[in-house]
Design a binder for this molecule. Structure first.
Ligand code: SAH
Length: 211
């Protein structure tokens, strides 16, 4: 249930569903998603579903991870990426194979500790993780060529917009838990920000403030 063959079958299904980037598909074929969920869930790790990771949070569905990664990288190679919402660390691990450096922030310490342990054990050395409220971004390493937000804010926090490099793009699900959330791509131009809405999605809420 956690073999390379199972993982390859997941990748075939993602290709059938419309993921086109061979680099992204090849990365999903190598990163062991079953090591990013609790052992009890490991046999379900290669189904195309979100799964609980504790603390009321979820690891995103493989299709959503693949699609967001593909969109983030479709303009060409990316050096530095900021991820908000480390969770299990799976999305960061995928990105680490496709960009130079991943910075990721998570507000729940318990999840962050587990993710850090995975990055070390699996030797994803170009991932730096920090316990913080992602509303502030991570200014010291910015600006970023790409920002990915994996929890849904009702509106995009200003510091994240500021930490996006000119020409850079952010992918973020915008909305609340009651109404639909819209997966949105924001590109920073010399004169401002351009927004393109992609599709309806369902993410856990982006929480700000005390943690
Ligand atoms: N990318 C993750 C998905 C985890 S779910 C993965 O691959 O597993 C989203 C995560 O965002 C949750 O762990 C949640 O705690 C975190 N989160 C929500 N609001 C946040 C904020 N303001 N700052 C940092 N992390 C946040």
């Amino acid at each position: 249930m956690t073999s390379q063959r199972t993982r390859n079958r997941m990748v075939d299904r993602l290709r059938d569903r419309g993921i086109e980037s061979e680099a992204v598909l090849a990365t999903l074929a190598t990163v062991p998603r079953h090591l990013f969920v609790d052992e009890a869930m490991a046999t379900r790790a290669y189904e195309d579903d979100a799964l609980p990771i504790g603390d009321g949070q979820t690891i995103s569905q493989p299709y959503v991870v693949a699609r967001m990664t593909e969109v983030l990288l479709e303009q060409g190679p990316v050096g530095k990426v900021l991820e908000v919402g480390t969770g299990s660390g799976y999305q960061a691990a995928i990105l680490s194979q496709l960009v130079d450096q991943v910075y990721t922030v998570e507000r729940i310490k318990n999840l962050l500790d587990k993710a850090r342990h995975r990055f070390r054990a699996l030797e994803y050395r170009n991932v730096q993780a920090r316990h913080s409220d992602g509303s502030w971004g991570w200014a010291t390493n910015g600006p970023y060529e790409a920002i990915i937000v994996t929890a849904a804010p009702t509106s995009v926090p200003e510091p994240l917009l500021e930490q996006l490099q000119i020409g850079g793009r952010m992918i973020v699900p915008v909305g609340n838990q009651k109404r639909q959330q819209m997966l949105t791509v924001i590109t920073r131009t010399r004169c401002g920000y351009e927004r393109v809405e992609l599709s309806d999605v369902k993410f856990v809420p982006f929480l700000s403030g005390k943690f």
